[in-house]
Design a protein around this ligand. Structure first.
Ligand SMILES: Nc1ncnc2c1ncn2[C@@H]1O[C@H](COP(=O)(O)OP(=O)(O)OP(=O)(O)O)[C@@H](O)[C@H]1O
Ligand SMILES: [Mg+2]
Length: 159
């Protein structure tokens, strides 16, 4: 586990970008945190680190939005999903099989959709200022442990 406090959207995006540089096809990242806390901002940084040129927005009407970067990038949002069956209906397993990078907002709502190993990121508002966010990285599995260790080395100066 590694955590740090981001004091602005710009810093949150920078940390995301650094993570994006470390990710490769097949990696899965699940983000949790209350409405409007900064999950999409973080993912916009990750997408930049994955060399996605198109603007990344909230996938409002789509459960999954696909982008082209260094590898396929899938941005999913489980917030409006009513059941796991709905995910099966859009071929979720096919997305997992396509070996892109999968970034899931509210992934914690449907844990059965996640592979056995993934990177969990929790974002919470914190003291002392309105724009402070505690970002906690919880790797599930050694592959993600190594990624978080490298991220901590690269971003430690921000912590
Ligand atoms: N330190 C910070 N990191 C990220 N965003 C911040 C920070 N401080 C303030 N903000 C603001 O919080 C908002 C975060 O919005 P964002 O859409 O990323 O949230 P979200 O977690 O994706 O919400 P939702 O659950 O609705 O998808 C933005 O308006 C952003 O400017
Ligand atoms: Mg969002």
């Amino acid at each position: 586990m590694w955590e740090l406090i981001s004091r602005s959207p710009r810093v949150t995006e920078m940390i995301g970008e650094e993570l994006g540089r470390l990710l490769a096809g097949g990696d899965v990242v699940s983000l949790s945190g209350s409405l409007g806390v900064g999950k999409t901002v973080f993912i916009q940084g990750v997408a930049r680190g994955l060399e996605v040129d198109d603007p990344v927005t909230s996938p409002s009407f789509m459960i999954v939005q696909e982008y082209g970067g260094r590898c396929p990038v899938f941005h999913a949002d489980f917030y409006r999903l009513s059941s796991y069956r709905e995910l099966e209906g859009i071929g979720w397993d096919d997305y997992l099989r396509r070996r892109g990078v999968i970034l899931i907002e509210w992934g914690n709502l449907f844990p059965e959709a996640l592979p056995s190993e993934f990177l969990q990121i929790d974002i919470n508002q914190t003291e002392p200022i309105e724009t402070a966010r505690l970002i906690r990285f919880e790797p599930r599995g050694g592959h993600y442990g190594a990624i978080v260790k490298e991220l901590a080395d690269r971003c430690g100066y921000l912590a």
